[in-house]
Ligand binder design. Structure first.
Ligand code: NDP
Ligand SMILES: CC(C)CCC[C@@H](C)[C@H]1CC=C2C3=C(CC[C@@]21C)[C@@]1(C)CC[C@H](O)C[C@@H]1CC3
Length: 418
């Protein structure tokens, strides 16, 4: 991992002013999207048709529901694990241990929700509560970030993240100071990255599907497609949960407002926008078009999974038989870089697959509404920026070897384009 840099680390995300602007803009954008989504046909640009009153934005019940959800997911996290995985080497060469219970949590949540619905739980009423739930999640993210910031004040220097410790309060609050805040096996960042937000996202999607069934007699084909594609994505992330231990969020970034808000509020409430959109103008889709969209999603998934299933086993054990035949280059750190297979096509093949899937999730909503392409546009910007950050971190880690890799694999995300 990157050496400790503290206040000497170059500022990312445009520095303190941009961090302050993002802390305001991200929640505002999320509420804008939620407001226009329910006023169908949803328009991305321009003001929402009506502004909500305070009673529509805030409810103590929504806060209670949000906390109960976090409590349930925390309890599922702590269930006996099928495996306890080790993270990457820390600064002191030690490794943290992480329970692998994500997929189990998804299945148990599905069982509990199934039991609840059959006992009369009105899941299709959930979409009516999205605004107050988003407010509760945003408040929870702000308070958690504050507590995390305070906790970092007494953390040893070795526990701090390479970025996020500039000395500027706003910037450090945004990026997060402590790398792996945890109490024993309960790792707050790892927990938030995968559980409450991702599982919450598919639950909101399901509630929207049920609401559409209530409204129109049965869910539309477009709604089934969006639910199916996104469930596959979330189930995949939880099935391959261990892979998140090699992402930059876990090995490089501290846990601050960016990830707390991203995980707890942004993911469930904006990643479900396509399903929210589909509730209003009915989107009749025939099977030929649906099959074509499924094909696009399958291609994206094939690249995404193929690339991640080469890099993750390779990082855990370079002699793993699944990747032992791939060509590599050595680096001065002793770690090697893959230069063949998916990682010989572009330098971020997993991002390419992810973007193709993002497109497939918007297509069921038609091609005339920019709103349903919000996720695709945001995600393109996020991944281009993330790739650029990763590129700089890899250049710092691997120096000449990274130059050599970039020479042999000149394109970053899209072959012959970028
Ligand atoms: N849906 C969403 O909102 C988001 C989804 N994602 C997805 O999450 C997944 C993880 O993303 P992310 O952590 O950003 O990126 P990666 O999983 O691609 O990890 C980047 C790291 O991989 C290692 N690496 C890079 N090139 C090579 C190579 N040629 N051979 C071996 N190792 C290499 C480097 O770390 P090192 O060498 O130190 O191991 C680098 O820092 C991706 O599939 C991405 O699409 C990501 C962000 C948001
Ligand atoms: C609010 C800001 C605009 C930025 C927030 C970013 C976060 C939403 C994302 C940062 C990295 C993420 C990853 C995932 C979800 C989104 C966030 C948290 C995955 C868990 C999605 C599923 C993949 O299989 C793994 C991803 C790891 C990174």
């Amino acid at each position: 991992m990157a050496p400790p840099q503290g206040s000497r680390a170059p500022l990312e995300f445009g520095g303190p002013l941009a961090a302050a602007a993002l802390m305001l803009l991200l929640p505002v954008t999320m509420f804008h999207l939620l407001l226009v989504a329910r006023s169908g046909p949803a328009r991305l640009l321009g003001p929402p048709p009506s502004l909500p009153g305070l009673e529509e934005l805030w409810s103590p019940w929504a806060l209670l529901l949000c906390l109960a959800w976090l409590g349930l997911q925390a309890a599922l996290y702590l269930l006996p694990a099928r495996k306890v995985a080790e993270g990457q080497d820390l600064k002191d060469k030690s490794r943290l241990r992480y329970p692998i219970t994500g997929f189990q949590a998804l299945v148990l949540t599905a069982l509990l929700v199934g039991l609840g619905v059959s006992a009369g739980l009105p899941l299709s009423a959930l979409p009516e509560m999205l605004l107050p739930l988003a407010s509760a999640a945003t408040l929870t993210a702000f308070i958690s970030s504050l507590l995390l910031y305070l906790r970092a004040l007494v953390a040893p220097a070795s526990a701090l993240a390479p970025g996020g410790n500039s000395g500027n309060l706003i910037y450090d609050f945004f990026l997060g100071r402590e790398l792996n805040p945890r109490i024993w096996l309960f790792d707050f960042k790892y927990f938030c990255e995968l559980r409450p937000g991702l599982i919450g996202w598919v639950l909101i999607n399901l509630a929207l599907l049920m609401q559409e069934a209530d409204l129109r007699g049965s869910p539309s084909l477009a709604m089934w497609l969006v639910n199916g594609f996104q469930l596959l994505y979330v189930a995949d992330a939880l099935w391959y949960e261990e892979a998140v231990l090699t992402t930059m969020d876990i090995i490089h970034d501290g846990f601050g407002f960016m990830l707390a808000f991203g995980d707890l509020a942004w993911v469930p409430f904006t990643y479900s926008l396509q399903a929210q959109f589909l509730l209003y103008p009915p989107q009749p889709r025939g099977w030929p078009l649906a099959s074509f969209i499924c094909l696009i999603n399958a291609v994206g998934y094939y690249i995404f999974r193929g690339a991640n299933s080469q890099k993750n086993p390779f990082r855990n054990n370079p002699s793993d038989p699944r990747v032992a035949d791939l060509e590599t280059i050595s680096t001065a750190t002793g770690r090697r870089l893959l230069v063949s297979g998916w990682w010989g096509m572009v330098r971020h093949p997993n991002y390419l697959g992810d973007l193709i899937m993002a497109l497939a999730w918007s297509l069921p909503c038609g091609v005339f509404h920019l709103f349903s392409y919000f996720y695709f546009l945001y995600f393109t910007a996020l991944l281009v920026h993330r790739e650029d950050r990763d590129e700089r971190q890899c250049l710092q880690k691997y120096g000449l070897a990274w130059h050599e890799y970039s020479r042999r694999v000149p394109y970053r995300i899209v072959p012959y384009v970028y």
